[in-house]
Ligand binder design. Sequence first.
Ligand SMILES: [Zn+2]
Length: 165
Amino acid sequence: MALSGTKTESSGLREFINSPKGKGLTTVAAIIMVLGAGYMVWRQLGPTETELLARDRNFIDAKTMKPFVHELKIGDVIPVDAPSGGKTGYPAELCYWTKDGKQKDQPTAVLLKACLGETGPTFCPDCGRLVVAHNPRPGTASKPPPLESEYKSRGTGNSSRDERR
Ligand SMILES: [Zn+2]
């Protein structure tokens, strides 16, 4: 080529990028950038994502009221397949309380009424205490949630908002 003698550095670079080897390198660089960005996003979302996944594995069979473990996959529709054979598997809330207001290590899986389209508060079948959506695992200083009787006797005064988050 007659132009080869007057080739500038930038056109040489362009030629290199357009060459198969250069294209490969550019692709690799792009992949590394995407992976790097993805890693940074993952680092920020990572712990909560993992936490969510961990708690999302607790399901309860609405037919038998028995808890089971289900790995949520993309494409899963709730209710999911339950051990009883039907599509009656709902995400379970975990209750860490006993009837006398103590915490326990082995939580009770509770099916929220809201999951079944019912209204009103849900009470744990084991301890009878209030269970809310995203029921938090209590800390050592946490106060036990109200029993059904306590909840109903609280009246409609300033405590009407019982689901503070
Ligand atoms: Zn309970």
